[in-house]
Design a protein around this ligand. Structure first.
Ligand code: XBP
Ligand code: MG
Length: 265
């Protein structure tokens, strides 16, 4: 049976709750700087989050506005640069804390010699800024692969970013476990054949997580148990490597049985 060899983490919404008070605020500041009267409210941002990637999100919003802009790509690039500057400023000045269980799970994985990777639609400089400020200044070195932004042509929910990570690590999907927070992230991982644990947040809690191995409100801590929203947590109250291995093993076994069953029909 395959062994768990790597954990692959999504970034935004999974490592930290970056969207509402980080990315969203930074977008609005960049819009104001550019003299635009756009304001992405907390509620409106929910729908905008369905579009993965900052540049893509701006483009989607622009297309819904009754304006004709001569050089759309240049405007999007300028707004996104400004937004990234503000986002990194928010991280360095105010900071956004890692979600419960994230630091502990990563530390446990490192102690056990498990391989680590990042798969995110966010721009690399924004993802790295978050790793440094919410985990540790040397956290980017903990991850063997940091797959981010435009490194692949299609962003989540396309599986490209996860396939890229598997290729870089020379691992099969049966040897890895993904931690995600959104439907788009789950779809991307699922289509790459990966087993996924979902930690929901305010923006994603009502999304469809069919196909996830486990859905919880966060990774939990010994003194802060998680709530199980879907799947089987095997009696555990916080995520650890034992649970990660059981989940990965069980799903791989299920897939093998399914394939054998299918072939013998
Ligand atoms: C989440 C996203 C990102 C950020 C914006 O990515 O959708 O696009 O909202 O990031 P993930 P950039 O959950 O995959 O980490 O502005 O840096 O693109
Ligand atoms: Mg996410």
């Amino acid at each position: 049976m395959p062994q768990l060899q790597a954990l692959i983490f999504d970034v935004d919404g999974t490592l930290a709750e970056t969207e509402r008070d980080g990315h969203r605020v930074a977008f609005n500041r960049a819009f104001a700087d550019a003299g635009l009267d756009w304001d992405w409210s907390v509620a409106a941002y929910q729908e905008l989050l369905e579009i993965a990637g900052g540049k893509e999100r701006i483009c989607f919003y622009l297309q819904s506005r009754p304006v004709s802009i001569p050089d759309l790509d240049a405007l999007i690039a300028r707004l996104h640069q400004g937004k990234s500057r503000y986002y990194q400023q928010i991280l360095s000045q105010e900071g956004i804390a890692a979600r419960p269980g994230v630091k502990r799970s990563i530390a446990e994985a490192r102690r056990a010699g498990l391989r680590l990777a990042i798969a995110t639609t966010a721009a690399p400089e924004n993802a790295i800024a978050l790793l440094k400020t919410s985990l540790s200044p040397d956290a980017p070195h903990w991850f063997e692969v940091i797959a981010a932004g435009d490194i692949v042509p299609a962003k989540k929910p396309a599986p490209d970013i996860y396939r890229y990570v598997l290729q870089q690590m020379e691992l099969g999907p049966e040897n890895c476990l993904v931690i995600e927070d959104s439907h788009n992230g789950l779809e991307a991982a699922r289509q790459a054949g990966l087993t996924t644990v979902i930690t929901v947040n305010d923006y994603t809690q009502n999304q469809d997580f069919t196909g996830a191995a486990l859905v919880i409100n966060h990774l939990g801590e010994p003194n802060l148990p998680f709530t199980v929203l879907g799947g089987n947590a095997r009696g555990k109250s916080y995520f650890d490597l034992e649970l990660a291995s059981i989940i990965t093993h069980a799903i791989a076994k299920y897939k093998v049985c399914y394939i054998i069953g299918f072939a013998s029909r």
